[in-house]
Design a protein around this ligand. Structure first.
Ligand code: DAH
Length: 354
């Protein structure tokens, strides 16, 4: 028994890992292990012999079991220590650089414009960028022969050979969304439509794709006075300072009367400052929706009337954030984007000061 004891305790002490320990357990105290076999021999002994050998064998079994348990937890501790040694982390190291994008000024200004006009009760409407010529022109009282069609430098889509229907166009303005919204919702109506528009034009102040926001308010008693109030409230909130507007008589096929709207500004030292001085800067077209346009939108012009306006979003961004060249907006130059971009966490709200 002493031999068995020495043999196993030495082996257990020297076990290298848990599987070695497990096979020692099986050969020593497992069902067919050496100690268990010895215990079976107890039956052949005399009662006197058994009284001595029985407790001794049990004590040996207990001793081996507790040596196994102690060694097992020692091995586990050692394994944990090894992991702690190997898998350490230096939490004082500088974090790895993560590329972080910025919000494009056009997106930012679209959000700002939407926040202000939504606060005044305008809902956001959308329409397709590939538009039929009816929505883009005819329904807006721009018939086929009208000079505005050619003035707009329209991009035409291709038709299949032999298909003689008029081609679709890339919408040249957001005004077709007026018609779509009228047909969808009927009157009364109060919507804005921000979005991309396209014209074949390219220089420092023109890009073939740019952004507009359309406004439309139709009800029983809406007048130019409401338009002027809405625009002055809008510009004052947008520029964060009281801004006066000046209405100049103009002409658009889809409004009657029509007005081009200037905002008050100063031109000191070659930079524009909105909301001060006695200069004026043209920023949008507007007017009272033409009866023919209401009709095209399925709205009875003898019962309803309202105003519309269309404004360049990119232009607003240039003015508000002092960005000189329009073309750079769409160059995707990372240096420009980092310089003029906005943090994605700075979500514009009226109460947050836009
Ligand atoms: N659609 C015009 C353009 O792109 C802008 C415009 C002028 C929109 C007058 C309007 C409006 O809604 O009433 O040049």
């Amino acid at each position: 028994m002493d031999d068995l004891r020495d043999k196993y305790l030495t082996a257990i002490a020297g076990a290298a890992d848990e599987s070695a320990l497990e096979s020692l357990r099986v050969t020593a105290v497992g069902k067919k292990g050496e100690v268990s076999l010895k215990m079976r021999e107890l039956g052949k002994m005399t009662p006197e012999e058994r009284q001595v050998a029985g407790p001794a064998l049990n004590a040996l079994k207990d001793e081996i079991n507790s040596a196994l348990a102690a060694k097992k937890s020692a091995l586990e501790d050692a394994a944990l220590d090894a992991r702690l040694r190997d898998e350490w982390l230096d939490v004082t190291l500088p974090a790895r650089q993560r590329p972080q994008g910025t919000i494009h000024p056009v997106s930012q200004v679209t959000e700002e414009v939407t926040a202000i006009l939504a606060d005044m009760g305008f809902a956001v409407a959308e329409g397709p960028q590939v538009e039929t010529d009816w929505y883009n022109f005819d329904a807006l009282n721009i018939p086929g022969h009208h000079p505005a069609r050619t003035e707009m430098d329209t991009f035409y889509m291709a038709r299949a050979e032999g298909d003689n229907r008029p081609p679709h166009v890339l919408r040249t303005h957001t005004s077709p969304v007026q018609i779509r919204s009228m047909l969808d919702q009927g009157a009364p109506i109060r919507i804005i439509c921000p979005g991309r528009v396209y014209r074949a034009d390219y220089d420092q102040t023109h890009t073939p794709m740019f952004h507009q926001v359309e406004g439309l308010a139709i009800d029983k008693d809406i007048s130019m006075a409401n338009l002027k109030w809405v625009l002055e409230e809008f510009f004052s909130a947008f520029f964060g300072t009281k801004v006066k507007t000046r209405f100049r008589a103009s002409h658009f096929p889809f409004t009657e009367p029509s007005a081009e709207v200037d905002i008050q500004c100063s031109w000191e030292g070659g930079t524009v400052k909105v909301g001060e001085g006695d200069g004026w800067l043209e920023v949008l077209g507007s007017g009272m929706v033409h009866p023919k346009v209401l009709e095209a939108g399925g709205i009875d012009p003898s019962q309803w009337q309202g105003f519309a306006f269309g404004m360049g979003i990119d232009r607003m961004a240039m003015l508000k954030y002092g960005i000189p060249d329009l073309r750079a907006f769409f160059d995707s130059d990372l240096r420009w984007l980092r310089h003029y971009g906005f943090s994605s966490l700075a979500v514009p709200t009226l109460h947050g000061g836009l």
